[in-house]
Design a protein around this ligand. Structure first.
Ligand code: FES
Length: 163
């Protein structure tokens, strides 16, 4: 069993050695929406490793490619669904909550954002904490692809080449 410490709260969770940082239980406790289903294709399980980065499995090519799209990515960034735990680690989450659809943001127009509202693919802050959610914010999302992994899987089933 290995320990994962969450910063800044200091809460400690235990996972079996070599399981992903985002076990089902942990994902639920942390409120990770895991939009792509744990396939390493979104930003919704993005974490910053504060300590113990060497105790995680190496970054795969897919994880590297996905992290390149994440606007808040840093050298400490990992995708919790891809990083396997081999020893104690400390992590923190980007501040905010991820949208599940463009419609969700439209339904919040006129309200004040209680926390940063984040794009589920790029991690971009769409509305900052404390700002009123405006039509302008939703216009930024026109044509935005919220679930590129669905396109990739459809391409696969039709015999095309997924990108
Ligand atoms: S859940 Fe999508 S990359 Fe981890």
């Amino acid at each position: 069993v290995k320990q994962i410490k969450l910063q800044p709260s200091g809460e400690v969770y235990e996972v079996k050695t070599n399981t992903a940082l985002s076990t089902d239980i942990l994902a639920e406790k942390l409120g990770l929406i895991m939009a792509c289903g744990g396939h390493g294709l979104c930003a919704t399980c993005h974490v910053f490793v504060k300590d113990g980065g060497d105790n995680l499995s190496p970054v795969s090519d897919r994880e590297k490619k996905t992290l390149q799209r994440v606007t808040s990515c840093s050298p400490a960034s990992r995708l919790a669904c891809q990083a396997r735990v081999h020893g104690p680690v400390e992590v923190s989450l980007p501040e905010g909550r991820y949208l599940e659809s463009a419609e969700e943001l439209e339904s919040l127009i006129g309200r004040r954002a209680e926390t940063n509202i984040l794009h589920p693919v790029t991690g971009q802050v769409l509305v900052k904490q404390g700002q009123i959610i405006s039509k302008f914010a939703t216009r930024q999302l026109k044509g935005a692809d919220f679930k590129p992994w669905e396109i990739a899987s459809k391409t696969k089933t039709t015999g095309g080449k997924a990108v």
